[in-house]
Structures are given as C-alpha cells and as structure tokens.
Design a binder for this molecule. Structure first.
Ligand code: DX5
Ligand code: ZN
Length: 221
C-alpha cells in the first residue's frame, strides 16, 4: 500500500499510547480520522530508550488497516528491515546517522513494495542526505532528538523543512516530507506552510481527551 495525498496527512505516534490497551488504541485511530499509524522502534543503543520489535507490529497489524509507518531508531537497521517488511510495514524509515551508505537498504525496502526513507536527526543537515533524496519516498525530519515523546519542537527545524522542500521541488522528486517530534496545535500550521506532507503527533493526539478532535485540529489549523 502506497500512501500519498495532496492534503497534509496526520500520523499519530503510538509511542504516546497506553501500551496496556495498545490494540484498542490503534484500532480507534481510523475512526478518529488518522491517515497513518507511526510506529517508533528503539533499540536502547542508537537512542537511549527501548520500545518494541517486529512481532509487536505483526500483532498490531490485525487491529487496523491504516498504513503502518515504521520509524527505525536502531543501529544496524539492515539486520532487521526484513522482519519489519514481513510484519506488514507499509513504510520503513531508518536513520542516516545509523547507516550512511543507505542506497542498498533503500532499494531493498522498495523492492518489497514498501515505501522507503531516511530519517535525519536535528544535527544532521539536509545537505548531507541530498544525493539520496531521489531514492526516498519519505524523508523524516526529526524536530526533537530521537528517543522520547513529549519533547519541545526545535525551532531550527522550520528552516530545514523549507530547504528540503526547495530541494524536492527543484529536482522534481516524488518524496514526502514527514515531521516528527514536538508537533502541537500551535505550531502545526507553520510546519505545514514550510512544506510538510505528514505530521507525526504523539503527545498532541494521545494526550488529548478527544483523539478525533485532536486529529481534526491538527489537520485544519
Ligand atoms: C521520538 C519519536 C516520535 C515521538 C513523537 O523519538 O520518533 O515519533 O513519539 O512524539 P511527540 O509528538 O510527543 O513529540
Ligand atoms: Zn518517530
């Protein structure tokens, strides 16, 4: 399944969901109007936190037919990508900081009919990944240091989104821009104006009393 839309897509991050009722939390996202389920995989090595692996994704797959966007914050992503493909991921992004020769892995993911992409941490400039952008369906611009939900949006990310957008337009690439970290009802509008196609939102969605209203607000502002 390839996801693409002219409107901004909203991707709640299940990192902020209640893991004791994770099946319900994911299954209600569709009726809440979400477009994508963002799944944060952390290994306690590339980032100082641990979450879940491919089996978790495989089991959750049964609870929703929304696209699953798997964000790998792990060292040696090449060791695990095959498992996440088998688990039913619709897109897989891995960090440029974890694999700086990404061509092979990107094409491996694409060959499996799964959207592929690179994620870039706040201190990695867009110029470092430019030559790989045409090979990517998605670029994840991290607007917080990866590892935890509920952090504050790093302001310099606006400029990064704009420069990525300029590169994509100039080079006629078919690449979506995804913003991950610290997205709020207050900054969503400016993030969109800078050129984001997908907004990841953990705390803003799962921290809200009314998830559907939170998704709608992020979409509308
Ligand atoms: C951070 C994760 C994000 C995070 C977003 O390492 O990649 O997806 O869960 O959560 P919020 O929206 O709360 O910053
Ligand atoms: Zn993420």
């Amino acid at each position: 399944m390839i996801f693409k839309s002219k409107k901004t897509m909203i991707a709640p991050s299940i990192l902020s969901a209640d893991f004791s009722r994770i099946g319900d939390e994911v299954s209600k996202l569709k009726s809440a109007g979400a477009d994508i389920v963002h799944c944060d995989v952390m290994d306690g090595h590339f980032v100082p936190n641990l979450t879940f692996g491919a089996k978790f994704i495989k089991d959750l797959r049964k609870t929703s037919d929304l696209p699953f966007d798997v964000h790998l914050m792990i060292s040696e992503p090449e060791r695990y990508v095959g498992d996440f493909i088998k688990a039913g991921a619709n897109s897989i992004t891995f960090h440029f900081e974890a694999q700086n020769k990404p061509e092979k892995l990107l094409s491996e993911i694409r060959a499996a009919n799964v959207m592929c992409g690179l994620a870039v941490s706040p201190d990695t400039p867009i110029s470092a990944i430019e030559k790989y952008i045409p090979m990517c369906d998605i670029i994840v611009v991290m607007s917080v240091y990866p590892g935890f939900g509920g952090q504050k949006f790093i302001e310099k990310s606006y400029e990064k989104i704009k420069s990525l957008k300029t590169f994509i337009e100039k080079n006629d690439c078919d690449t979506l821009i995804e913003i991950d970290g610290g997205v709020t009802f207050e900054n969503a509008s400016l993030i969109k104006k800078c050129g984001a196609d997908i907004l990841v939102a953990g705390n803003a969605v799962f921290g809200a009393d009314d998830i559907a209203k939170a998704v709608e607000t992020l979409r509308k502002v």
